[in-house]
Structures are given as structure tokens and as C-alpha cells.
Design a protein around this ligand. Structure first.
Ligand code: NAD
Length: 101
């Protein structure tokens, strides 16, 4: 969990300036890792292929998994997301280029 102040707000932590790519990002383990990474001042980029995660249903234009949108709401941090199968090297290369890491 990211640290909070006495009134429950997230303090503005100095960022590390480093970005971590999290794969399988909408899953159980990864979502906990993302919250922790953000709490430690890292930026996060998220990849997932929706094979075991849920698309946002309310606003399809958001085009992110429900779990990632929840973390954005919790932390106030934007998490760039790409739908990509990690086993597909061509699509993976495109996704990496797109998020600029
Ligand atoms: N304690 C609990 O409440 C609880 C709840 C859920 C799960 N678990 C445990 O956690 C473990 C599962 O968690 P997890 O995070 O490893 O799995 P997960 O299935 O939750 O997450 C895997 C994520 O990877 C994505 N994915 C799978 N293949 C991919 C691919 N080729 N390319 C891109 N994305 C891909 C899936 O869509 C999913 O979002 C199990 O041991 C389970 O028993 C515990």
C-alpha cells in the first residue's frame, strides 16, 4: 500500500524518475506490485492480454482493465496500458515502442 498522511491523503512523494514495466498487470499479484511500486515513487507501465482479467465495461473509451482503473483512482497516478500478449514478439515490440520505454 502507498503511504498515507494522517488525513488519509497520499503524500506527494518525490518520484524516482524510473519506470517499471509490469506484465500480466491486471492480475492478482501484479496489481499489488503496482500499488507498491507507485507508493515507492516509481512510474508504472502496464501490459496485459485480458486472458484472465476484466475490461472496463462502463466507458470503453478508457480501454483499460477494471483493476488498472481502480489503481489509478486509488493512487491518482496515470498508468499507461497496452493490450498485448507477451508471447507475441512482434506485438510486444510495437507495444514497447508505443509506451516509449
Ligand atoms: N488470496 C487471494 O485472495 C487470491 C485471489 C486471487 C488469486 N490468488 C492466487 O494468486 C495466484 C494467481 O495470481 P497471478 O497474479 O499469478 O495470476 P492472475 O491470473 O491473477 O494474473 C495474471 C494476469 O496475466 C495476464 N496474462 C496471462 N497471460 C498473459 C500473456 N501471455 N500476456 C499478457 N498478459 C497475460 C492475465 O490476463 C492476468 O491479468 C494464484 O496462486 C492464486 O491462487 C489469491
Amino acid at each position: 500500500m502507498p503511504p498515507t498522511t494522517d488525513n488519509g491523503d497520499s503524500p506527494s512523494l518525490p518520484g524516482t524518475g524510473k519506470t517499471v514495466l509490469v506484465t500480466g498487470a491486471a492480475g492478482y499479484v501484479a496489481t499489488h506490485c503496482i500499488v507498491d511500486l507507485i507508493g515507492r515513487g516509481f512510474d508504472v507501465v502496464a501490459f496485459d492480454n485480458y486472458s484472465n482479467s476484466v475490461r472496463n465495461q462502463e466507458d470503453k473509451a478508457l480501454n483499460k482493465p477494471e483493476a488498472i482503473l481502480r489503481i489509478q483512482r486509488m493512487t491518482g497516478k496515470e498508468i499507461p496500458f497496452e493490450e498485448v500478449d507477451m508471447r507475441d514478439p512482434v506485438e510486444l515490440k510495437k507495444a514497447i515502442a508505443k509506451v516509449g520505454i
